[in-house]
Design a protein. Structure first.
Length: 95
């Protein structure tokens, strides 16, 4: 369910705004033990977006720097970034 909310939020992200012009953003982190099925949700994002004809909304999950993320967002400003092992990303970001 949470994966679906993330994907729909991404697809409507820059199309709906408040009366003040604010556009919504959603940031979600899912934590679970190893082999709990988290990776299946990450795979499903690509499958659903491709089937819906909008695979460009799924940003590369292997970005390892802030400049790579900024570059991706400059090309596709609304996107879903399926990141596995977020702790490793934080470690790299803090170095």
């Amino acid at each position: 369910m949470l994966g679906g909310i993330c994907l729909v939020s991404c697809l409507i992200g820059r199309k709906i705004k408040s009366s003040l012009g604010a556009k919504g953003n959603i940031f979600v982190a899912t934590f679970a033990k190893s082999a709990a099925g988290k990776n299946r949700v990450l795979e499903a994002f690509n499958e659903v977006a491709t089937a819906a004809g909008c695979p460009e909304y799924i940003l590369p999950g292997d970005m390892t720097s802030d400049s790579a993320l900024a570059d991706s967002l400059s090309k596709q400003p609304a996107g879903l970034w399926p990141l596995d092992e977020f702790g490793k990303f934080l470690k790299v970001a803090n170095d």
